[in-house]
Design a protein around this ligand. Structure first.
Ligand SMILES: NC(=O)c1ccc[n+]([C@@H]2O[C@H](COP(=O)([O-])OP(=O)(O)OC[C@H]3O[C@@H](n4cnc5c(N)ncnc54)[C@H](O)[C@@H]3O)[C@@H](O)[C@H]2O)c1
Length: 348
């Protein structure tokens, strides 16, 4: 009876974090149906107030006062485990947690187990697979129009990594991260490659730091091997750019090549199909001015979770599944450290 009542009422959503990326979450929540925003919390109260919502600087107080059904965690990894514990103990139904999920595989595993034990839905905010162009890739792949797919490639060319002021205006913490390119950004393609091609059977990586003002790596490759010689290549370089009016729309370009045809993602977010042996391209996804971030992928993910919680639809990106992304990321750094391909792919 109580459950029935909850399904028809809007989901009460409270958010932890009001920093740079949170702006895309608040905007997306405001454009999402069947939810009501009940609070914003940031240790910097002024930032929480700037959201225009009931503002808090202490998570426990926000959870008690605003009684959310869903907690959206938009703060950095060191805050994740304690925030998930707080949400669970306060009785939320669902939690969305930004990537990178917790500070280690062990912590992420603990958070996953706690949520599962409490029956709380825990979804990781891994938004890139929700970008419309990758949904178009998946649709083309599943339709068979590409024939046997042999190669998936993403070239990250954000163009924001040059010189002493690299990243300072948008995400200054990038300069101090001991692991940058893969841990902070490349991880989106670890997940997107899994979304498109499944789990790899071997991992190779070769990473480097080009800009001496930063601590971590800002360029490099990782290669995933799949059965039958199929490969996925991530080729990242933050100092170089790509042809786009806004290099942050897609962050680079991509292709998915098969024996019957190839599809290409361009920097404007358009996707084209070229049949094998042909020079004429068909547009599968038109360039358009998307709202929000990266083809409105934050809203797409949020809507997916709301539908999952309210309607019981199957969820992507649940924490248990996301542990595989963390395990693969660890293997990428290990492959780079050892300078060899890792064939012993072991998931959590
Ligand atoms: N999925 C994506 O596309 C994407 C893009 C950018 C950033 N991110 C991730 O989002 C997270 C936040 O990134 P950001 O760029 O917004 O960082 P930020 O530093 O701009 O903002 C973080 C905010 O969290 C607040 N905060 C930190 N600890 C807190 C605590 N204990 N209690 C309350 N507030 C606290 C800070 O005051 C700050 O306002 C990171 O994990 C980052 O990797 C994801």
């Amino acid at each position: 009876m109580n459950q029935q009542k909850k399904q028809t009422q809007p989901l009460r959503v409270a958010c932890l974090g009001a920093g740079y990326f949170a702006q895309f979450h608040y905007d997306a929540w405001r454009r999402t149906g069947r939810v009501v925003l009940v609070g914003a919390c940031d240790q910097d109260l002024e930032k929480a107030k700037a959201t225009g919502l009931a503002a808090f600087e202490d998570l426990a107080v926000m959870l008690k006062m605003s009684c959310p059904d869903l907690l959206d965690i938009i703060t950095p990894p060191p805050t994740h485990l304690s925030a998930i514990k707080a949400g669970i103990s306060q009785g939320v139904r669902a939690i969305i947690c930004q990537k990178p999920f917790c500070t280690s595989l062990e912590e992420a595993d603990e958070a996953t187990r706690l949520a599962e034990k409490a029956g709380v839905v825990l979804v990781i905010h891994e938004n890139f697979r929700f970008q419309p162009w990758y949904r178009t890739f998946k649709h083309a792949l599943d339709s068979g129009v590409l024939g046997d797919v042999l190669q998936l490639t993403f070239r990250l060319r954000t163009g924001d990594g040059q010189g002493p002021r690299a990243y300072l205006d948008r995400q200054p913490y990038f300069q101090d991260m001991p692991q940058l390119l893969i841990h902070e950004t490349g991880v989106h393609w670890v997940d997107t490659f899994r979304y498109l091609l499944g789990e790899p059977e071997a991992v190779y990586a070769d990473l480097r730091r080009l800009n001496p003002v930063i601590k971590g790596e800002d360029a490099g490759y990782f290669v995933f091997d799949y059965p039958g010689g199929v490969r996925a290549l991530f080729d990242g370089n933050r100092l170089l750019d790509h042809a786009a009016e806004n290099c942050r729309t897609t962050l680079g370009d991509a292709s998915l090549e098969g024996t019957a045809g190839s599809i290409t993602l361009s920097g404007d977010g358009s996707v084209t199909l070229r049949p094998f042996g042909n020079v004429t391209e068909t547009v599968l996804l038109q360039p358009q001015s998307w709202k929000g971030f990266g083809g409105d992928c934050v809203k797409n993910l949020i809507t997916h979770v709301v539908d999952g919680v309210l309607d019981g639809k199957p969820l992507e990106n649940e924490a248990r599944d996301y542990l595989k992304v963390i395990a693969l990321e660890k293997m990428i750094y290990e492959a780079d450290r050892q300078g060899r391909k890792i064939r012993e792919v072991a998931y959590a």
